[in-house]
Design a protein around this ligand. Structure first.
Ligand code: ADP
Ligand code: MG
Length: 277
């Protein structure tokens, strides 16, 4: 895929909705969710960028077939390149900022510079989706404070929830707003927690329940997001509803290609709620 540097200002001068997709435990499906909601928003005609904020183990670019990105977020965070040089064309017109794969790039990247990256992109897009690394290391905690809302992605098991609870507590401690929780890989085991139990244990709204679906693994190996590859599947439908909720249009029939609609959220405030609370 080619580099996409022609990114102008958003349809409105208001800042983007910036959302960090986070988890306590690794491998809960953050990258899958970030890539699919980014693509779904783009399919709805919205102006969106997905940023791979997992600086050490980022694989958003791999998932979307962007393995040969000459400039990545690593170089931007090292002060060696501008953000424009690291924005690539993704599926359905969704823009992608991949993370680098090299260890030396990781070592040079300064996560404190992420603040400027999110600020810059927020001025140009309607939505900035930041796919984060798991846990509470310094570099994975920085994004929590940079976004309008944090979205937790969990699998419905106790260990995963215990780790997610720690992230939620960290968010409370630093004043980051948690918009809700996405329960991913639901239906994998008879012993798993029900989505409503997950919500009440975390004290959060359940924003979406995404079923366990082998099509997700297949779409990852084909490097095409599920919402494009198999948009009628239940897991794709769950991603579409989540994207509609983020876009402030729950219940809209999806997917469809249309011009970007005016944003319905209140202008002039960074502390509005993304998820309609
Ligand atoms: P994270 O970014 O949280 O580390 P990933 O998005 O990379 O997690 O997903 C981890 C693995 O789980 C991948 O192999 C992915 O294909 C698989 N996966 C994620 N969500 C689902 C799902 N709903 N059904 C089946 N497999 C899934
Ligand atoms: Mg990931």
């Amino acid at each position: 895929m080619e580099q996409a540097n022609e990114v102008g200002p958003g349809p409105e001068s208001r800042p983007a909705k910036a959302i960090a997709v986070v988890s306590g435990k690794g491998g809960t499906g953050k990258t899958i969710v970030a890539a699919n909601i980014g693509t779904a928003l783009a399919m709805m005609g919205r102006k969106v960028v997905v940023v791979d904020g997992d600086l050490g183990m980022g694989d958003l670019g791999l998932y979307l077939g962007l393995e040969k990105s000459p400039v990545t977020l690593h170089e931007v965070l090292a002060g060696e390149a501008s953000i424009d040089q690291a924005i690539y064309e993704g599926p359905a017109g969704c823009k992608i900022v991949p993370s680098g794969l090299s260890l030396s790039g990781y070592a040079r990247a300064n996560p404190d510079r992420l603040r400027d990256v999110v600020k810059e992109l927020s001025g140009r897009f309607e939505f900035v989706i930041l796919d984060c690394g798991p846990g509470l290391s310094k570099e994975n905690t920085i994004p929590l404070a940079l976004v309008d809302e944090v979205m937790l992605v969990v699998n419905p098991d106790l260990i995963c929830l215990a780790d997610a609870l720690r992230v939620r507590m960290m968010c409370d401690a630093i004043g980051a707003r948690v918009g809700g929780v996405v329960v991913n890989r639901a239906g994998m085991s008879k012993a798993e927690l029900a989505p409503r139990e997950v919500g009440s244990m975390l004290g959060l709204d359940v924003l979406a329940v995404i079923p366990e679906d082998d099509e997700i693994r297949k779409s990852a190996s084909l490097k095409v997001p599920l919402v494009m590859k198999k948009k009628e599947s239940p897991a794709a439908a769950a991603h579409f509803s989540l994207a509609q909720r983020i876009a402030g249009r729950p219940g809209e029939k999806a997917p469809r290609q249309e011009a970007a609609a005016p944003n319905e959220q209140k202008k002039g405030s960074r502390r509005f709620s993304i998820f309609g609370k």
